[in-house]
Design a protein around this ligand. Structure first.
Ligand code: 4UW
Length: 483
């Protein structure tokens, strides 16, 4: 693996890529993802990881915002990846496919060139290793600047908390393009010399077969997988007794589901809290506790400080020593906090206070045992199956529709436990006072055809007016209460 990383870095250097360049990577979880990712970093360049489900427009937007000058992808994603990269101004020779498509340079071929890796001189505390995108507390997706030190620190911060050791089979189904998979599955897995078994996409039966056939000990999931594991009859058909630990994160996991999975699979089910801007892990239930408040995200990981701040007053909350604390916004400080957003000082300033405390936009409580529990979300963000959906992005798209006068999008709970995007629509009224005819299906179809599948609007309500503050901010709480 290491010589492949070096060869890819050498091939990139031979094409003029190095410190200061940004290379986009859009691929599912396959071993070559790791070669490409670390090859990009080894060349001195910065990687921006792109969601495999993105449309061409979404790819183009990310590449443009990250100022990427090269794109690495796989031929199976080439339709959107290549169209997006071209829209962002990249020429054919700047689009690398991992497997050979006969049109673009192939990573497999580039490894064969056997160029030595270049000498690179960077300051790991300052040099940006990766630019993953996140909408943060408000607005549309922006690039979070994570340094080499951020990534290394976070890998070290979790190293003693999980039962992942040399040779241990661990399952990597969550995508490595997202920060959870990037740090916990790819980097932590490599660092621990685990046997990382990759899955290109989630399929319950395949997931169970891999656990059985590879005798998986450590698995990493998001809440929708936990729900399937708790309830689906297929689970009983497979032998899962090798499992020791399962860690869930990226969205809230309720205690009942966690307990049901633990009982059914006979393994420990823990929960962690992460955020793109935190490289990502700040809280994690350490393995081996067995008894802990289910639904809790755990204590802070080593070298992380957390405080709870009253969102109304901005004052720190005094945490009682003998009972559950009042709820407050979690602020986090530690070596894994991002450097800030790329080319967006206002968003950086609104998110990082005094250059060190990161406002998570999540509301949590703290109990005297040291455990935090997320109870609400202050920020606009919607989490659909653990993926970020930015309301501002969908609202901008809806406002482009000629029959829509105004729109607001919030997350609402669905029957299956998922959070789903719901759009409130104010139809256009023409000069004669006639209201445009528009159905919920039309709104859903309009959005679905323009965004990645996980961002689609799944519920629509027509209203007369979007509630707004005097400064024009959408009053999302009012919509939540009426939803
Ligand atoms: N409970 C409630 C949670 C939780 C949560 C996240 O897409 P991002 O930016 O990042 C992530 C990263 C998740 C993650 C990474 C590594 C890890 O070990 C782990 O635990 C196992 C989780 O999701 O979204 C950040 C936002 O997602 C919500 C919360 O709103 C946060 O600000 N979120 N984890 N356990 N909510």
């Amino acid at each position: 693996m290491k010589h492949q990383v070096d060869f890819f870095a050498g091939a990139l250097a031979a094409r003029g890529i190095g410190t200061g360049d940004v290379v986009a990577l859009q691929a599912p979880n396959i071993p070559e993802f790791v070669t490409a990712f670390h090859g990009i970093l080894r060349s001195g360049a910065t990687a921006t990881t792109v969601n495999s489900m993105y449309t061409a427009e979404e790819v183009a937007r990310q590449l443009t915002a990250a100022e990427a000058t090269m794109m690495v992808t796989v031929s199976a994603l080439a339709d959107n990846a290549v169209a997006g990269a071209e829209q962002a101004g990249l020429s054919t020779d700047r689009i690398v496919v991992i497997d050979d498509d006969g049109v673009h340079p192939a990573l497999t071929g580039m490894l064969g060139e056997a160029h030595p890796a270049p000498e690179v001189d960077i300051d790991p505390a300052e040099h940006v290793a990766v630019l993953p995108f996140s909408s943060g507390t408000t607005g549309t997706p922006k690039a979070a600047r994570l340094t080499h030190r951020n990534l290394v620190a976070n890998t070290c911060q979790i190293q003693d908390l999980l039962p992942v050791h040399p040779g241990v089979p661990m399952q990597a189904v969550l995508p490595m393009f997202h920060i959870y998979g990037l740090t916990v599955l790819m980097n932590f897995g490599l660092y621990r010399r685990a046997q990382v078994v990759t899955m290109a996409k989630f399929d319950l039966e395949e997931f169970l077969r891999i656990v059985q056939d590879h005798r998986i000990q450590a698995s990493f999931i998001a809440p929708p997988i936990a729900v399937a594991l708790a309830k689906h009859p297929l689970v009983d058909k497979y032998n899962t007794d090798s499992l020791i630990s399962m860690l869930s994160g990226a969205a809230p996991l309720d205690g009942t589901t966690a307990q049901a999975v633990a009982d059914r699979l006979g393994c420990e089910v823990g929960q962690g809290f992460g955020m793109t801007e935190l490289s990502p892990v700040s809280h994690l239930s350490p393995f081996g506790q067995h008894i802990y408040p289910h639904g809790s995200i755990g204590p802070a990981v080593p070298n992380v400080e957390t405080k709870l701040v009253d969102p109304a007053s901005g004052e720190d909350i005094d945490v009682p020593s003998d009972e559950e604390s009042p709820a407050g916004e979690m602020w986090v400080r530690g070596p894994m906090v991002m450097k800030g957003y790329l080319n967006n000082p206002q968003a950086t300033e609104a998110t990082i206070v005094d250059e060190e405390w990161l406002r998570t936009g999540d509301i949590a409580t703290y109990n005297p045992g040291g455990w935090f529990t997320v109870v609400d979300r202050l920020k606009e963000l919607i989490k659909y199956k653990g993926f970020q959906v930015a309301p501002a992005e969908l609202e901008a798209l809806l406002l482009e529709h000629e029959k829509i006068a105004d729109a607001a999008v919030i997350g609402v709970p669905a029957d299956d436990g998922n959070e789903i995007p719901k759009a409130f629509i104010v139809p256009q009224v023409d000069a004669e006072g006639v209201t445009a005819q528009l159905s919920a299906e039309e709104v859903i179809e309009y959005v679905t055809s323009r965004v990645a599948h996980f961002k689609k609007v799944r519920e629509v309500e027509f209203i007369d007016e979007v509630p707004k503050s005097r400064t024009g901010k959408i009053l999302r709480r009012e919509l939540k209460h009426s939803a």
